[in-house]
Design a protein. Structure first.
Length: 180
């Protein structure tokens, strides 16, 4: 994507709390479905209330060092629900994008490289979640929203390891054999 200051893109977006989520991907990859799933997750209390910003086409712009997304004028409050067609719902007029989800991403890996978790949009660096083809994006997005990243050493930023992590059990931190 080129980094123009203000442009219309093929994407969907929701806002949960103060976090705008921009959902990109090819046609048929599930952008509208993920937007609706996030709205349902907000209603269920899994995340703060989630509101549609725009579906299918949104405008993004750099504003005061932030990326702001807003709905396309002719699509405000409209979302496609597969099996039902176009439906009307509440929408937010804009949101600050803090997470970009790329569906059907060829670099969606089990343990992605650190540079795969970043993207530039409108000249601004953002957190990126690449979702591999065939993977359900909702659990991954919920994990980003409800958990903290762990460094390669297994420590949360500035935090000592908890007692249950002292042994580095499991293979999610780095390959090793727990002994003791």
């Amino acid at each position: 994507m080129s980094d123009q200051a203000n442009r219309s893109i093929h994407a969907s977006a929701v806002v949960t709390g103060t976090i705008g989520i921009l959902i990109r991907g090819p046609s048929g990859s599930g952008k509208s479905q993920l937007a609706f799933d996030l709205m349902l997750a907000g209603r269920a209390g899994h995340i703060p209330s989630a509101t549609l910003v725009g579906d299918d086409r949104v405008h993004v712009e750099a504003r005061n060092g932030l990326v702001v997304v807003r709905p396309a004028d002719n699509l405000k409050g409209l979302i496609e629900i597969r099996g039902l067609g176009i439906r009307r719902c509440a929408f937010a007029p804009e949101a600050e994008v803090r997470l970009v989800v790329d569906l059907d991403a060829p670099d969606g890996e089990r343990l992605p490289a650190p540079n795969a978790l970043k993207t530039g949009l409108c000249g601004i660096n953002l957190l990126r979640l690449p979702v591999a083809p065939g993977y359900r994006p909702l659990p991954l997005v919920l994990a980003v929203l409800t958990t903290e990243a762990v460094s390669e050493t297994g420590r949360l930023a500035g935090q000592p390891l908890s007692d249950d992590c002292q042994q580095a059990f499991g293979n999610h931190i780095r390959p090793m054999i727990a002994t003791k």
